[in-house]
Write a protein that binds this ligand. Structure first.
Ligand SMILES: [Cu+2]
Length: 349
């Protein structure tokens, strides 16, 4: 694996683009030409962004985007990881199987990161319940280090997964069980020490709790802003939304003009205190932590500190391609940049 400093990566950007090489190194796995890449990469040979595509993963950020409670799996397979049981009060018992496992993942063309994962993927599977449901997570640690699962939300202290006695040793199991509340956009992550390392290695995921009276129907998607320190210098070399640098530049997120689009945006970036999401050509409503049904602000750029989350809603007025990215330009150039592709008739009002 190439060891590059962040400064080195930035310095390579122009030259690598000019010579048609991946700016992360030569160990790329697919096409190494700029043919077919979005024009933004090609501007006078000094555009930003990698060349080639990540190919080694079975993890697809586009599938992750619109999956929760293992909905991307066929029914029989899904039943191994997720079960719903109705309860007398009309709520559900939702049971999950989460397994911590060490796994090398490809985060950019030819760049592999020795991750610690939930169920082999980073971010871990998105868990989604309705307020008042019972959540039961059967956790098995098959990793090489002690781990826990720390959920944000209401729960008793023995379910917190944060203290030394909460650590689940390699080979051991623990069952986390609590009621899903409050409604909002929450997070789960390992809370073993050193915390920064255990989170950054990939042990995190989205935990969505829907209000009892559901939000209006929308095209929903989960966006986890993350970063990767590939040379262990306590600084990120690669940034992304949903792990794979620039994935959504190659595979724009398809949306419909005029339809309500709802994004569940989570910042789990380590080492950088703050991250952000900026949408081009529009404004959006933001519900911080998702704990209200009334938006707290209308903006086009939302800042999120480490661990902060927000639900973002908008309707595209115009067909075509719209960029979205961190407004920390350096993060955008190092992978945290994507495109929406809106289809349908133009709506000028
Ligand atoms: Cu851990």
């Amino acid at each position: 694996m190439p060891l590059l400093t962040r400064r080195g990566v930035l310095g390579l950007t122009g030259a690598a683009s000019a010579f048609g090489l991946s700016w992360f190194g030569r160990r790329s796995v697919q096409a190494q030409t700029t043919a077919g890449a979005p024009g933004v990469y090609q501007h006078a040979g000094h555009g930003s962004g990698p060349v080639g595509r990540v190919a080694a993963n079975d993890f697809n950020p586009s599938v992750f985007l619109r999956s929760w409670n293992f909905s991307h799996l066929a029914a029989a397979e899904r039943g191994r990881y997720y079960r719903e049981t109705p309860r007398p009060d009309g709520s559900l018992l939702r049971e999950y199987e989460l397994v911590a496992v060490d796994r090398e993942i490809e985060i950019a063309p030819g760049i592999f990161f020795p991750a610690w994962t939930f169920n082999g993927q980073v971010p871990g599977p998105t868990l989604r319940a309705t307020e008042g449901d019972r959540v039961r997570v059967n956790f098995l640690n098959q990793g090489s280090h002690p781990h826990t699962i720390h959920f944000h939300g209401w729960h008793p202290p023995e379910m917190d997964g944060s203290l030394p006695e909460h650590q689940v040793m390699p080979g051991d199991r623990f069952v986390y069980e609590f009621d899903a509340e409050p409604f909002g956009l929450h997070l789960y992550h390992c809370h073993a020490a050193p915390l920064k390392r255990h989170i950054h290695k990939g042990l995190y995921g989205a935990f969505i709790v829907d209000p009892r009276a559901a939000r209006p129907p929308a095209d929903e998607m989960v966006m986890v802003m993350n970063g990767f320190d590939t040379n262990f210098d306590a600084d990120n070399e690669v940034y992304a939304v949903n792990t794979v640098a620039h994935h959504f530049m190659h595979e724009p997120i398809r949306v419909a003009v005029g339809s309500l689009v709802r994004m569940y945006v989570i910042n789990v970036t380590e080492f950088d205190l703050i991250n952000s999401i900026h949408l081009h050509g529009m404004f959006f409503d933001a519900y911080r932590t998702g704990t209200t049904l009334t938006p707290g602000e209308s903006t086009d750029t939302l800042m999120l500190c480490q661990g902060e989350r927000a639900i973002v809603e908008t309707r595209f007025r115009y067909p075509g391609r719209f960029m979205f990215h961190a407004h920390q330009s350096e993060f955008a150039e190092l992978g945290w940049m994507g495109l929406f592709e809106a289809a349908g008739p133009r709506r000028d009002t």
